[in-house]
Each structure stands twice: as C-alpha cells, then as structure tokens.
Design a protein around this ligand. Structure first.
Ligand code: NAD
Length: 231
C-alpha cells in the first residue's frame, strides 16, 4: 500500500490551458453544469451533451502536460510502490507525461463507456460517432465521465488508498467536489497546493499550505516527498 497519496484536481492542468471549474471567464462559466454534466442530461439533452464532450476531446488534443505532470510522473517512476497518483481530472495529461497507473476518480475523456454493460472503448481525441455501439453487447455509448449525481465507483479505491497513507499531497483542488480535510486529519503529513484560498477547505488542518502555481510549488513538494520516503 502506498505511503504517499498525490491527489490532484483541475488546478494542476490549468497551466496546460484547461480551465478549472472556478476560473473567472473560464469554460465552465459559459455552460450550465446541470445541462451537460448532471445525471439525466444524456436522456433529455443527449446531443448537446455529446457535442460538449466532443469539443473537450478536441481541446485536449491541443494542449500538453506541464512541468507539474512531468515532475510527478518522474517521482512516481522512482517510487512506484510508495506513491499513488489519484486525480479528479478526466484529461490524460499525467499519462502523456509518462505516468502509469493513474487512478481517475471521475472518468477519462478519451474513452467511451457502454451504458448497458459498462465496457469501455478508447476513441482518443475524436468525435463520438453517433452510430457507433458497444463491441461487446451492442449497447449505446456515452462519454466515460462521472456526472454530478451519478455514482463514482472509483471512490472506493480513494478511501482504500487513504487508509494506508501517511503523507497526503493535494494539488489544484478547491474541495467543493471531494472534501479532503478529513483525510488530511488522518495522515502524518499533508501538503495543500492551490493558487488561492477556498471556502470549502480549512487550511488549518494541513501541515503545509502553498499558495502558488503547481509548477512553482513542484520542487518543494517533490523534495518533501523524497525526504519522507528516504528517511
Ligand atoms: P476546481 O475548479 O473546483 O478548483 C480548482 C483549484 O485549483 C482551485 O482551488 C484553484 O485555486 C486551484 N488552481 C488554479 N490554478 C492553479 C494552478 N496553476 N496551480 C495550483 N492550483 C491551481 O477543481 P476541482 O476541485 O478539481 O473540482 C472540479 C471538478 O471538475 C473535478 O471533479 C474535475 O473532475 C472536474 N474538472 C476536470 C478538469 C480536467 O480534467 N482538466 C477541468 C475542469 C474540471
């Protein structure tokens, strides 16, 4: 079981050019979440929802991992059994930075999922062909994204990872979707790195708080994790 859990959110990909939920003027201000990212929207607003995720895949093709993705991939490669990389992000920037075994809690944008049998199909950055059906059962396909109000089966693995964790690093998450403070209270060391304070986080429960860009915080975070694992 990994001693270090590195948990990231939309903020880690912001410097690659992907909007966070709460960026002023960002992508998510232009859409109503309940119309394209909430349980049921595939029934009543299917075409608009699929079109939205087609555009997200196209956008993903145009961005690159940043120095934070690369630094953490390198760190993970050095200590593969001691570090778990867990993200709320649906982008593939960790994978493109060479990171293996990334746990995606909210799905994976380059993938479709069968609505009947749950089988997944990688489509990369292409549009979802509307007539394309599941290779296993012929069922209809949807983006492999966990919408608000849907169950998130991967959370089980997050809770499992936190059980064995001694050192928790949180990067680029406002704590609005997944509250992490109680996890920080149960580990020996916790580092929080966000650009700014969030109303959904009690910063007093963290050992260290870094208010700076992830790429600028990375040297300190990597150094702290290495020292902890080498002691
Ligand atoms: P959020 O948008 O609620 O919060 C982003 C946090 O990142 C903020 O606290 C902000 O201060 C911080 N931040 C912004 N730029 C940063 C930077 N350069 N370096 C460090 N921190 C920075 O994001 P969330 O908590 O991850 O929750 C939003 C949900 O949105 C998640 O479920 C996620 O799946 C989804 N989402 C994913 C992507 C993606 O896959 N890239 C993008 C947008 C939203």
């Amino acid at each position: 079981m990994a001693k270090v859990v590195i948990f990231s959110g939309a903020g880690i990909s912001a410097e690659s050019g992907l909007s966070t939920f709460r960026d002023a003027g960002g992508l998510w201000e232009k859409y109503r979440i309940e119309e394209i990212c909430q349980a049921g929207c595939l029934s009543w607003n299917r075409e608009n929802t699929l079109t939205f995720y087609d555009a997200r895949r196209e956008q993903l093709a145009s961005v690159k991992p940043n120095a934070a993705h690369y630094a953490l991939s390198k760190l993970h490669e050095k200590y593969p059994n001691d570090i778990a990389i867990i993200t709320q992000n649906v982008d593939d920037l960790f994978e493109r930075a060479g990171c293996k075994d990334v746990l995606h809690l909210h799905g994976f944008l380059p993938r479709l999922r069968c609505e009947q049998c749950g089988a997944t199909h990688l489509i990369g950055y292409t549009k979802q062909e509307r007539t394309f059906t599941c290779k296993s059962c012929n069922g209809s396909l949807r983006p492999d994204i966990v919408f608000f109000g849907e169950s998130a089966p991967m959370y089980e693995y997050l809770y499992e990872a936190i059980q064995g964790c001694e050192f928790l690093v949180i990067i680029g998450s406002s704590g609005n979707v997944i509250a992490m403070d109680h996890f920080a209270l149960h580990v020996k060391i916790s580092i929080l790195n966000n650009l700014e304070r969030s109303d959904a986080i009690n910063e007093r429960v963290y050992t260290k708080v870094l208010h700076k860009k992830a790429t600028e915080a990375m040297d300190e975070i990597v150094g702290d994790v290495e020292r902890f694992l080498e002691q």
